[in-house]
Structure formats: structure tokens, C-alpha cells
Design a protein around this ligand. Structure first.
Ligand code: ATP
Ligand code: MG
Length: 447
């Protein structure tokens, strides 16, 4: 429409022009207006340009706008050094040691501003023995900054002032063709940074883009390289995947590509057991749904779900070996968390919540006396109850239990009294309690 209008007024619509290796695509072709850019990001590009520097919105945000999606955040790339950026914006600070970035603050918004970087040439690049790139933080020019990025769709620069897109790798055409394509030789790029394999799967699932055949092909043979990636980074990427709002899609994609082994250490074991698999997929779909509805999701809940069936089978084994139920559950939790930590370092700070969610599960079975009321009053009840519903839905426990708790939560006192089941404490214990004069019955302890 705009193209036609422009044509009518000026006779000819502006066309993409080529400068060196760069295609500069005008607004009339791509149709992304500056109104799609956040006010703070616009202030940063305008401020830098007014001071004589180049400045663009870059990466995921440009890609998302072209795909008609709402960008998560707006990153800026510039030829100004971090110190020069600092000088332009009073409210800004330099962060990071390895990659020095500038955070520019406008009101509530913080805009990450990075100086153009270049990839270090293969000959003089510092790589580890597996070819992994250890340094890519040398400053460079815009063209070099495009080349060091992962996918063509992620390497577009948008200038809010001129509303032009700068494209060095045919990313615009790839986005229009819905294709995710690695820049350069995919095998080399995966060797430099194996996490790009996970990014390929995550982004193609999240954006509904197909992976270009040459980009997908080397992954199966190279996934083992993920073993050399520092744990913290792997966990970071795994969380991005799980909290992307498309976790179930990502996992399905991993399986379709036969990558669910060795890529995500945690899923390896779980997806092999039919009931475990159903439970995990339900938990992921549930998380995706919550994210789409802008509800909070806790990584601890998700980790608790991913590991539940391992805990279950350990718990059973401990009981079969003669351990009492609660002690067996404690032992199972510690064993599973210990094993898991060897593969993927789930931060210790999640342990307490995961354990609480697990430990509360057997207590849902106790529906006599005051116990349900005490359970209901616990701060972690809601998370544990959501967890119980997943167990019901996956067929692990009878759906009746979930329904009972659903009703009990909102029931009147009279109805609750009716619902409570006759106390099921074994006779022997009851007699002992009576003797000891215990008035109150104890529930299963949390810790
Ligand atoms: P998301 O929407 O999930 O944030 P994104 O593409 O913006 O996706 P970021 O992790 O925010 O992902 O990275 C921002 C940009 O940095 C990417 O668009 C890409 O250009 C570049 N990038 C990120 N990770 C890598 C990598 N491992 N190798 C090369 N370039 C990368
Ligand atoms: Mg991003």
C-alpha cells in the first residue's frame, strides 16, 4: 500500500541499494516503522548519531519486528567505544569484563549498547583443543560485527532515523522465506561455539522458522561438543529454552532431530520412561501456557518436574530396600540432586523449593484429621498442588485426589468437615500416642 502511494506521489518507489557487501533496504520495502522501537532505544541511537557515531538497533529485535513479533528487548550496536558511549549519556554504566557493554538508563528502561566487535580470524583466534572460540571481544567495524553473529536473521541493523535495514548476509530474504541459516560454514561456527546448536533449535521452535538444511546437518555429529561448554552457560541456555514459552515445541524438535540425547543432560533419562515423558511434556506445556499468559513461572518448579520421575524411582528403590517412606524420600531427593549436579549444575538456591514441592506430595494423600488444613496453610501449598495436578493428569496418581483438593480448597467449613476422611492412623500408633498423652496428631515432617 505504502509502496503504491509513494509511487503515485513521487513516481518511483525507493529500492534496495548496495554499498559494498551491504544491502540497504528502505522502509518502503520492509515496512518496519520506527514506532516499533522502544522510546529509550530510539533516544540511544539518536544521542549517539547526534554525537557523530553510527548507531543501530540490532539482532533479535530487528528479526522479531520483521516477523511481526513483539521484541523482548532492544540491543544497540555502535562504532563508539564504551567510554565514548558513557560520555554521551549521563545515566549509563559500563558492565562486563570480557565483553564491555554499556547500560544506558532512561526511566525504567535499560538499553544494552555494544561496540561493534569482530570475530578473530581462524589463524590467530584463540581456540581450545576442540576449536571453541575463546575470545571474540576485539572491536571491529559494522561489517565484522555482522559476520560474528550466528544466524543471518540475527545480523540485521536497523537505523530508526532513516528507517533503513542494513543487511550483509541476506538475512532479510531468509526471514521472508522463514529460514534460519547460519552465517558462514555451520560446522566451523558450531565448533567455535557449540551453544549455537541449542540456539538453532530454540530459535527455530520459538519463531516457527525452518532450519536451513546445511545449518541443521552438522548438528547430529557435533552435539558431543556441548560437553565442553562451561556448565553455567549451558544452564543459562537451557533455562532460555525451557522458559521461552515454546519449551514443548523445542523438546519435540530436539527429538525430531534425534538430539534429545546428550544435548540436554536432564532430559536424557526422563524422556525414556513413558510416564516420565508424559509428565515432563505436560509440565512443559503448562509452563508455556503460563508464560503466554504473562504469569510467573519458577525455574525451581520446572526443575522439580523434570526430575520427579527419577526421584520417584529412587524413592521406590529405597523403600524396597527397607527404608521408611519419609526417610526414603529424603534419601532419594539427595541422590537425584547429587547425580544431576554432575551433569548440569542446577544452582543450590533452587534446592529448598524443589525439595519442598517433592516432600509435600505424599502429604496430599493424607486426608484425615487436621492434616489437610495444615497443608493448605503452608506457603508452598499452591506450587505443590499445581505439581499434584500434573501428576494426576499424567496418570501417575488417581485424578480423584486432584479433584478432592480442588474442592477442598474453596469449600466452606461445613463442607470441609464432611470431606475430611476418617483418620487413618494405624491402631498401634494411636494406642502409643494415647499412652503418651499426645493430643495433636503429627503430619509427615517437611524436613
Ligand atoms: P532472544 O529473542 O531469545 O533474545 P536473540 O537472538 O536476541 O534471541 P540474544 O541471546 O539476546 O538472542 O543475543 C542477541 C544477539 O547476539 C543475537 O541476535 C545474535 O546476533 C548475537 N548472538 C547471541 N549469541 C550468539 C552466539 N552464540 N554466537 C553468535 N552470535 C550470537
Ligand atoms: Mg535478545
Amino acid at each position: 500500500m505504502i509502496k503504491k502511494l509513494f509511487k503515485r506521489v513521487f513516481g518511483k518507489a525507493p529500492r534496495t541499494r548496495v554499498e559494498g557487501k551491504c544491502h540497504i533496504i528502505p522502509f518502503e520495502v520492509h515496512d518496519v516503522g520506527r514506532s516499533g522501537i522502544s522510546p529509550a532505544a530510539r533516544k540511544v541511537t539518536e544521542g549517539l548519531q547526534a554525537a557523530g557515531y553510527k548507531a543501530f538497533v540490532v539482532g533479535g529485535a530487528v528479526r522479531d519486528l520483521l516477523l511481526n513479533r513483539h521484541p523482548k528487548d532492544f540491543d544497540i550496536a555502535t562504532d563508539a567505544t564504551p567510554e565514548e558511549v558513557r560520555r554521551v549519556f549521563r545515566r549509563s554504566r559500563i558492565i562486563g569484563r570480557r565483553f564491555r557493554l554499556v547500560h544506558v538508563m532512561f526511566g525504567e528502561e535499560t538499553v544494552e549498547t555494544a561496540t561493534f566487535r569482530r570475530m578473530i580470524e581462524t589463524e590467530d583466534a584463540q581456540t581450545d583443543e576442540h576449536g571453541r572460540l575463546l575470545r571474540d571481544n576485539e572491536f571491529g567495524d559494522q561489517e565484522q560485527d555482522a559476520a560474528r553473529r550466528d544466524f543471518t536473521a540475527n545480523a540485521l541493523f536497523y537505523d530508526p532515523s532513516s528507517q533503513e535495514i542494513y543487511d550483509y548476509h541476506n538475512g532479510y530474504a531468509d526471514i521472508r522465506a522463514n529460514t534460519l541459516r547460519m552465517i558462514g560454514d555451520p560446522a566451523v561456527r558450531y565448533r567455535e561455539d557449540p551453544v549455537r546448536m541449542l540456539r538453532a533449535v530454540r530459535l527455530s521452535a520459538k519463531l516457527g522458522m525452518k532450519l536451513d538444511a546445511a545449518t541443521a546437518a552438522p548438528i547430529a555429529g557435533m552435539k558431543g561438543l556441548l560437553g565442553n561448554v562451561p556448565q553455567a552457560r549451558l544452564l543459562d541456555e537451557m533455562l532460555k529454552l525451557l522458559l521461552s514459552g515454546h519449551a514443548s515445541e523445542c523438546v519435540k524438535k530436539l527429538r525430531a532431530m534425534d538430539l534429545h540425547h546428550g544435548m540436554l543432560p536432564m532430559l536424557d533419562v526422563i524422556l525414556e520412561q513413558p510416564q516420565g515423558e508424559k509428565f515432563v511434556m505436560l509440565a512443559l506445556e503448562n509452563t508455556d501456557q503460563r508464560i503466554r499468559e504473562d504469569k510467573s513461572v519458577s525455574p525451581a518448579f520446572l526443575f522439580a518436574a523434570l526430575l520427579w520421575h527419577e526421584v520417584l524411582s529412587d524413592w521406590k528403590a529405597q523403600q524396597d530396600a527397607g527404608e521408611k517412606p519419609v526417610a526414603a524420600l529424603h534419601a532419594a531427593m539427595d541422590a537425584v540432586l547429587g547425580r544431576q549436579r554432575e551433569q548440569l549444575a542446577i544452582p543450590h538456591r533452587h534446592d529448598a523449593i524443589m525439595k519442598e514441592i517433592w516432600l509435600l506430595q505424599p502429604r496430599f494423600e493424607q486426608r484425615g484429621g487436621q492434616r489437610p488444613l495444615r497443608l493448605l496453610a503452608l506457603p508452598r501449598f499452591r506450587a505443590a498442588y499445581d505439581f499434584l495436578l500434573l501428576r494426576c493428569e499424567s496418570g501417575e496418581v488417581d485424578g480423584e485426589l486432584g479433584l478432592w483438593w480442588d474442592e477442598f480448597q474453596d469449600a466452606t467449613d461445613e463442607r470441609r468437615a464432611e470431606m475430611l476422611m476418617p483418620d487413618e492412623v494405624p491402631k498401634k500408633r494411636r494406642r502409643r500416642r494415647k499412652q503418651a498423652g499426645a493430643a495433636v496428631q503429627k503430619e509427615l515432617p517437611i524436613e
